[in-house]
Design a protein around this ligand. Structure first.
Ligand SMILES: Cc1cc2nc3c(=O)[nH]c(=O)nc-3n(C[C@H](O)[C@H](O)[C@H](O)COP(=O)(O)OP(=O)(O)OC[C@H]3O[C@@H](n4cnc5c(N)ncnc54)[C@H](O)[C@@H]3O)c2cc1C
Length: 608
């Protein structure tokens, strides 16, 4: 098994992504052009990323009080990524893009995540520029987005503050109009920002000529007060270095100062920063205050940010998946080569026999198959969601709307499920290595550390769970959940026709019914605190049901391929593992959901 063979199978045999060239937008593409993008990405990831993954972990970003230094390898890798055209792959030809389907872009990016997630490719820069393409003015697109797609400048997302993480309605950064003619600035209504942004990834470095921060801040009214809640939040472009309407640096430094670097458990190749906006360290135009240009309308900042969330969250899910996959491949290799122990025969072990390799022990096979079922299943889920993004953007109106709604329901799973279970895969990869896995001589401990972030950023596990049970399954009168159930039922119908898969189909039908009943039971009293007290077990059960569906659908594609080689056997075994070892877990998770169990919620603080 290799990552490329899995991607090829899932993209072309399961999702039939090559048929996307029947859409007008992708008409110039073919299997050949898709292969060329995958080949190039795989090569750059192999040559410029993988060899330096440990180096960027040990040579953390360094701040000398003036500049942040990163290893040369990071400069080289990101340059190669930008030169490959991947930053603008999905954009129109007019914008220097390739009009590549998001499904293929996402698959190509998987190689970088597997090789070195922490060197980073372009997720933040592309996300930042895509947001401007959707909500920016023509000039904001030309000046900021275009230079980001070209790799000349990079982008950040500045949402969090020291006191406002999950609760963004509490952001304290303020933006006030910059002088009398503030509305007439060609780059957008010009404000001065003041506040602190915490945890900002890639917030300071010398990798690109400029850094374009997208910053959430509140604009006070004439009485000096701000609108409480998320409705008061606006979005601003705040470049590190000021630029003119032609995209040239003016030579003036904006008032954005690095207060310090955060020293992280993992993902150390990417800087993580506390940024001070408007503290007066720099004086653009002779005064303190960070110059920012409004994007969209005042009060619509979070709405603009959420525009990009589905793709960003698929990106996070894919990163978690690829870290899991990297650990799986490393532990598979180790298990094939490590001799340890002897088989247990009827009369016990025969010490005179040579040792066997650990891959021959049933328990090690269990750990490997668990990793395979988590990581290949998650990869399939991410690509399925990416395919929905393409459907939403290029499908016929009804199909596009269905894709939109399905994405609403599936996105919390696409983000959270790999973050939890591919992290578990990393833990199993360490276990397969025994004591060696706990040392820095092998790569698996780093994969685990890097992956531990994914349940925290882009909405924590708990926040995603409440989004799923509190909002997504209820929205539009539960139509998203019904759409998902219809797709799952269609897979069940097809699998029931195949004797080898009928048992799985019946198990999935029962799981789906159970999730539906538990959703109703959770909301039976209509009291949010009752329903949401066990949102995370609900997320886990929902996620496992979705993954069982994905595996059953993939198993149908394996059988349809007519292949019975080792790879096909492996995929069917991973599906079987998921149905036999994983899906039954949902009973325990759903029990506390449907009984609205308050064991945790009602425990008084001093009883802990
Ligand atoms: C390495 C790294 C990179 C990051 N990159 C960026 C970035 O580029 N840009 C950016 O803006 N942010 C970034 N973040 C910030 C990240 O999104 C936040 O850390 C995250 O949103 C959680 O906020 P917090 O850390 O303040 O935790 P808190 O919000 O304080 O949460 C702490 C715990 O309480 C739980 N909790 C909080 N509120 C509730 C609730 N209402 N109900 C139930 N449980 C709740 C959470 O689930 C969590 O378990 C990054 C963070 C890290 C660690």
């Amino acid at each position: 098994m290799s990552l490329r063979s899995s991607i090829d199978f899932l993209l072309f045999q399961w999702l039939q992504a090559d048929n996307l060239n029947q859409r007008e937008r992708f008409a110039d593409h073919s299997r050949d052009t898709f292969d060329a993008v995958l080949d190039t990405s795989e090569r750059i990831a192999r040559e410029k990323y993988a060899p330096f993954n440990r180096l960027v972990d040990t040579q953390e970003p360094h701040f000398d009080g003036d500049k942040v230094t990163l290893p040369q390898a990071t400069h080289d890798a990101q340059k190669a990524y930008a030169e490959s055209g991947m930053l603008s792959a999905a954009q129109d030809y007019d914008w220097g893009g390739m009009q590549l389907p998001y499904t293929v872009e996402s698959a190509a990016n998987a190689f970088f995540g597997c090789a070195s997630v922490s060197i980073g490719s372009g997720m933040l820069t592309t996300g930042n520029a895509n947001l401007l393409m959707a909500h920016g003015t023509e000039l904001q697109k030309q000046v900021f987005a275009k230079n980001e797609f070209a790799g000349r400048w990079s982008g950040t997302m500045c949402l969090s503050e020291p006191q406002a993480g999950s609760s963004l309605s509490d952001v304290a950064t303020r933006a006030v109009p910059d002088g009398a003619g503030f509305e007439a600035d060609p780059l957008g209504p010009r404000y001065r920002l003041k506040g602190n942004k915490m945890w900002i990834s890639a917030g300071e470095h010398e990798l690109t000529e400029n850094i374009i921060h997208l910053v959430l801040a509140k604009i006070p009214g004439p009485d000096g007060k701000t609108i409480p809640g998320v409705k008061g939040i606006s979005l601003f472009i705040v470049p590190k270095k000021l630029v003119d309407t032609e995209g040239r640096l003016t030579g003036e430094r904006n008032d954005v100062a690095l207060a310090g670097l955060n020293h992280k458990l993992g993902w150390r190749g990417t800087t993580n920063t506390l940024l001070n906006f408007g503290e007066g360290k720099f004086q653009p135009g002779g005064q303190g205050g960070a110059v920012g240009y409004l994007v969209g309308r005042p009060g619509e900042g979070l709405k603009c940010m959420f525009h990009m969330m589905n793709e960003a969250r698929i990106g996070v899910g894919m990163a978690a998946t690829m870290l899991g996959m990297a650990g799986y491949l490393a532990s598979l290799d180790y298990a094939r080569n490590r001799p340890q122990g002897r088989p247990m025969g009827v009369g016990g072990k025969d010490a005179a026999q040579p040792q066997i390799r650990i891959i021959e022990h049933a328990d090690v096979k269990r750990m490997l198959l668990a990793q395979k079922s988590y990581c290949e299943g998650a990869l399939a889920l991410e690509l399925y969601c990416a395919r929905l993004v393409d459907e939403q953007h290029t499908g016929a109106p009804e199909a596009a709307d269905d894709a939109r709604l399905l994405l609403e329901v599936l996105t919390p799973i696409a983000k959270s499920w790999p973050s939890e279970w591919c992290l578990e895969a990393n833990s199993l990869a360490i276990q397969v290595h025994g004591g060696y896995g706990y040392t820095r001589d092998f790569p698996v401990e780093q994969y685990w550390r890097d992956n531990r972030l994914n349940m925290i950023h882009e909405g924590t596990h708990g926040i995603q769970a409440m989004d799923l049970l509190g909002r997504k399954v209820l929205m539009e009168n539960g139509r998203g959940l019904q759409l998902l159930a219809a797709r799952i039922n269609s897979t069940i119908e097809r699998a029931l026709q195949q004797p080898e898969l009928a048992g799985h189909a019946n198990a999935l039908a029962a799981a789906l019914q159970h999730v539906g009943a538990a959703t109703k039971a959770a909301w039976a009293t209509g009291v949010p605190t009752d329903a949401l007290a066990n949102a995370v077990p609900y997320l886990q059960a929902f996620g496992h049901t979705v993954l069982a569906w994905i595996w059953l659908d993939v198993a149908l594609a394996v059988r349809a391929s007519g292949s019975s080689d080792a790879t096909a056997q492996g995929r069917l075994a991973a599906a079987r593992f998921f149905f036999h070892y994983e899906l039954p877990k949902i009973g325990a998770w759903l029990r506390v959901v449907e009984t609205r169990d308050q064991t945790c919620a009602e425990l008084p603080e001093d009883a802990f």
